[in-house]
Design a protein around this ligand. Sequence first.
Ligand SMILES: *Cc1c(COP(=O)(O)O)cnc(C)c1O
Length: 372
Amino acid sequence: MKRVYNFSPGPSMLPLSVLEQAAAEMTDAYDSGQSVMEMSHRSADFTPIIEKTEAALRALMGIPANYTVLFLQGGASLQFSMIPLNLAAPEPGFPKKKATYVETGIWAKKAAEEGALYADVRVGASSHDRAYRVIPAPPLPDPEDAYYHITLNNTIVGTKWTDLPQTGSVPLVADISSCILSEPLEVSRFGILYAGAQKNLGPAGTTVVIIRDDLIGQAPAWTPRLLRYDIHAAEASRYNTPPCYGIYIIGLVLEWLKGLGGVPAIAELNRHKAALLYAYLDHSKRFHSPVEKSFRSLMNIPFSAAVEEPEQRAKLEARFIREAAQEGLVNLAGHRLIGGMRASIYNAMPLEGVQGLIDFMERFEQNWDRTS
Ligand SMILES: *Cc1c(COP(=O)(O)O)cnc(C)c1O
């Protein structure tokens, strides 16, 4: 069997044991004589699967009882629309409600732009002028804000929030797509948390939304039913057919995480993996991390080659990415808008993968000047 270390920002690696269990259960899951893919979403076979997945998520994240967990479709990107639609969009003839966004990266910017279709959006702070290498000082909320939106981990630029903004009674809403379950998080500080599954949870196609109950049921009457939190909550994520297989795999990933010791244990491993790579980058004369130390992500680590001349740098980085892939270290290219390299080291990336990358970088530095 061939397995690579996949440094993709998403979809990303899944634990091998999860894939093996899914393979073993592919044609007959839980003695049902069916694959989970074939099960009715309302059947007695599937109901315990979605319930177990939700219970495991609640236990691992410590989700309080006054929060509802939803398994939806449309990716994190559809939440960019659903949040303002449900919390800030007006009935006809009324003004849009206000919302504050902090622009800390490309996803945060997209969220704010989509939000402005349905909400009176104020971008209260942005680190755009510093190439998103820092998290800006958070603005105070407007007391009239329907919500205050942040992107907790910035997947493309490799930063994360360390101190949450103080928003008083304004609900704090966070995109946690690329950091869910990577470190402890105090759910009660938030009104809504949301994450596309394909980074730290499971396959693409499922989006997890964790929403405080008092925020459900505020959508204007014209909101499409499929985009209303109250409809999904009333039907326990089964208003229409949910992404059943994805929910099942998320359940297996959560079981795996529980077996490792839960969020505290994975957080310690994540800090160790990231510290190894950052220490290497900070000591290297050939590679460097562009991100200010106090804001560095544990999950997404961009880096570039220290070469002045842009064309030469691009050539060298292309060789790095190509030769790494030949050694089974794949998907190390930076985001298409930014270039350079990026190692995404989510929960399922083993320590050996990070060590393998560092070993490769050391060897690459030895032949830095070789013409390709
Ligand atoms: C990947 C990502 C998204 C986009 O997710 P989709 O599920 O593809 O819509 C949004 N926000 C963040 C922080 C991401 O990492």
